[in-house]
Unconditional design. Structure first.
Length: 131
């Protein structure tokens, strides 16, 4: 399906839902920090809370969703830095693993944020209201 027909907003929503699903699956199922069942993985709930609160407050408009995902990326990065700095997850999760895995999520959030930015521009160009 061509992206223009599918739309930037729909693609961004799809990437956001996939990313948040993967975050929940990895953090609760496999364990991003430490071994499976490590309590430190509950820190990732903050990413979900921040994303949902900013999105709801912004009424799911493109610009608000962009900022929600930028906020999610920042919270994810802060959790990674905290884990590396304090040694959470050792010996199971070393610094390189934590940085790479959390960096993967940060890139997905920022990619979705840029897609929401493009969706907002597309709606302005077409003279439409925000979804």
């Amino acid at each position: 399906m061509e992206l223009k027909k599918f739309g930037w907003y729909s693609a961004a929503i799809s990437l956001t839902v996939l990313t948040l699903f993967l975050l929940v699956w990895f953090s609760l199922g496999v364990g991003i920090i430490g071994a499976d069942g490590d309590i430190a993985n509950l820190l990732y709930a903050a990413v979900l809370v921040v994303t949902v609160v900013v999105a709801v407050r912004g009424r799911f408009q493109s610009k608000a969703m962009m900022w929600a995902l930028i906020s999610a990326a920042l919270v994810q990065a802060l959790i990674a830095l905290l884990a590396v700095y304090t040694g959470l997850g050792l010996p199971h999760s070393g610094p390189a693993e934590l940085i790479l895995l959390n960096g993967f999520f940060v890139l997905l959030y920022l990619g979705a944020a840029m897609m929401f930015r493009r969706a907002g521009q597309q709606h302005k160009e077409q003279g439409q209201t925000e979804p």
